[in-house]
Design a binder for this molecule. Structure first.
Ligand code: G3P
Length: 223
């Protein structure tokens, strides 16, 4: 399963990229707005760091405007994926853009029927929002499971991108459900590395090694 970082922070993306496990980036209007800078400038900086897919969302609501905006964003760099909302106008634009060879990601997907429609429109990715479904007492992962199952049955090439991830368990469950990608906030990816027994074990290895070095130095001094 690929791991994308869900952020527009260039600093976070640079850090995550340095860890050697990053496959791509997802942004959205909220995340880009949070940076308080010209979005094009931020996206250019991100594309200079990451060679995998960099997702940029359209901010218009009519299909023809989305196509125009999406085609423009796709021209910024070869690895741009255009995110479009899961509404009729969004899917119309997905069809036009994917027919033109632009990779698209249908975002704000909250149900299996929506995931089916995204695949039929030719989306390269569909993004079920797990956390936001869990927040209202639904089982977000079930949308991932069933979308993966349906895409396999019918040979759809659309990749299921588990989004709105809140904690490491979501990432593990998304992998078990067969999601092609999980996109998670920087802090959640950082949590994946951590286990207290790793830290305790490493401290002990380092400590024992230091003791050996000291003992060897003392023995050498006695010769
Ligand atoms: O980028 C889309 C998605 O991952 C948003 O997550 O945390 O705002 O529900 P969140």
């Amino acid at each position: 399963m690929k791991i994308f970082v869900d952020t527009a922070s260039v600093k976070e993306i640079r850090d995550a990229q340095s860890w050697g496990i990053l496959d791509g980036v997802t942004t959205n209007p909220t995340l880009l707005a949070g940076e308080g800078q010209d979005p094009r400038r931020v996206v250019d900086q991100i594309c200079a760091i990451v060679s995998g897919p960099v997702n940029v969302e359209v901010t218009t609501l009519a299909a023809d405007e989305m196509v125009k905006e999406g085609a423009e964003a796709a021209s910024w760099a070869p690895n741009i994926v255009v995110k479009l909302p899961m509404i009729k106008e969004g899917l119309k634009a997905v069809k036009v853009l994917s027919d033109r060879g632009v990779r698209t990601n249908v975002t704000l997907c909250f149900s299996v029927p929506q995931a089916l429609l995204a695949a039929k429109a030719g989306a390269a990715y569909v993004s079920p929002f797990l956390g936001r479904l869990d927040d209202i007492g639904h089982d977000g992962m079930e949308v991932v499971r069933q979308a993966v199952e349906i895409y396999r049955t019918y040979g759809y090439t659309t990749q299921v991108l588990a989004a709105s991830i809140r904690h490491p368990r979501h990432i593990v469950e998304a992998a078990r459900a067969g999601a092609h990608v999980a996109t998670a906030p920087f802090a959640v990816i950082e949590q994946l590395f951590k286990h207290p027994l790793t830290d305790i074990g490493l401290d002990r290895f380092m400590d024992d090694w230091r003791k050996l070095q000291k003992a060897l130095e003392a023995a050498q001094a006695r010769v």
